[in-house]
Ligand binder design. Structure first.
Ligand code: PEP
Ligand code: MN
Length: 336
């Protein structure tokens, strides 16, 4: 339920509404808009129905949210959410590029690619230190050593860092080094992990599950917001279909759909969506045209030698070209 407070509601009036709801077991999420305060109240619908909150002083109106996801919905918050990662804003006027290798391999590779990302005009550095691999025999990541390399690359370039966390025990450790925590597709419905990253308060990049519906994806985001962490960015990375020429199928409709259903920023990962570096540039352009707030792009100093996902990674030169070629598209959607 959403309780819209009057423009001139006093803090005592706000507190009275809050404590009435809290006493009835509701969890309160205050949302301060540009003009007015709205209280998101999540709790028992039957109790909500029987409350006469509109008669409380300072209350303008009360609306029930009929969707299963509450705090992530546009009903809860009309204005777009802007998530700050270091000094970079996702969901604002600029389209943000998050680029880097699939996996952190060694310090030289990370410094090289970080410099290339910076030079190409990228905003955030990505790289996995904990890798969720389909095969237990594939490279699993450098773990804490990899996190240290990411931190060194950040020092070198000033780029904030996003990296994946794959289990709850490592959340604290990864949060020490990263500016943004990535939840990968395979973990989109790992609810204890979602709660744990929610509790850190750090920005979270929540990738869509391999075959998750919009609603399942938004419900996963709701887990993080339910912990009062509102810094969530959704990432469309392709879903599984019958097609085999691409690794996944990019669901471009997810971008405008999510934008209408939710106030959270949405970015697109054309690298995992296609599995083919040659398809990354056209789909990055399509994503910008569809209204994406950012792109997650795999790039490696030497893709043929990459330990992971080389076939979908851009070389520094191709990354530079892509980010330059995107400019007219950004301008066309008013985000140049
Ligand atoms: C990744 O971004 O490193 C990754 C593993 O992607 P996904 O979770 O989308 O497969
Ligand atoms: Mn990858």
């Amino acid at each position: 339920m959403i309780v819209v407070m009057k423009l001139d509601a006093s803090s005592q009036e706000v507190d009275a509404v809050k404590s009435r709801l809290e006493n009835l077991g509701f969890k309160i999420h205050p949302i301060q808009g540009v003009k007015r305060l709205v209280l998101g109240a999540v709790g028992d619908r039957k109790v909500a129905n029987s409350l006469n909150l509109e008669s409380f002083p300072g209350v303008e109106k009360v609306m029930l949210i009929m969707k299963p996801y509450k705090m992530v919905s546009r009903e809860a918050k009309e204005e777009n959410t802007i998530v700050k990662v270091g000094n970079v804003e996702i969901g604002g006027s600029k389209v943000v590029s998050m680029c880097g290798p699939c996996a952190v391999e060694n310090e030289e590779q990370m410094i090289q690619i970080a410099r290339a990302v910076k030079e190409a005009g990228g905003h955030i550095l990505r790289g996995g230190a904990f890798k969720p691999r389909t095969s237990p025999y594939a490279f699993q990541g450098l773990e804490e050593e990899g996190l240290k390399m990411l931190a060194r690359a950040r020092e070198e370039t000033g780029l904030p860092v996003v990296t994946e966390v794959i289990n709850t025990q490592d959340v604290e450790l990864v949060a020490e080094y990263a500016d943004m925590l990535q939840i990968g597709s395979r973990n989109m419905q790992n609810y204890s992990l979602l709660k744990a990253v929610g509790m850190t308060g750090k920005p979270v990049l929540l990738k869509r599950g391999l075959s998750a519906t919009m609603e399942e994806w938004l419900m996963s985001a709701e887990y993080i917001l339910a912990e009062k962490n509102y810094n969530v960015v959704l990432c469309e990375r392709g879903i599984r279909t019958f097609e085999t020429y691409t690794r996944n199928t990019l669901d471009i409709s997810a971008v405008p759909l999510i934008k209408s259903l939710s106030h959270l920023p949405v970015v697109v990962d054309p690298s995992h969506a296609t599995g083919n570096w040659k398809l990354v540039a056209p789909l990055a352009k399509a994503s910008v045209a569809a209204g994406a707030d950012g792109l997650l792009i795999e790039a490696h100093p030497n893709p043929p030698e990459a330990l992971c996902d080389g076939e979908q990674s851009l070389s520094p030169r191709n990354l530079q070209r892509l980010l330059a070629d995107l400019k007219p598209f950004l301008k066309a959607v008013g985000r140049g």
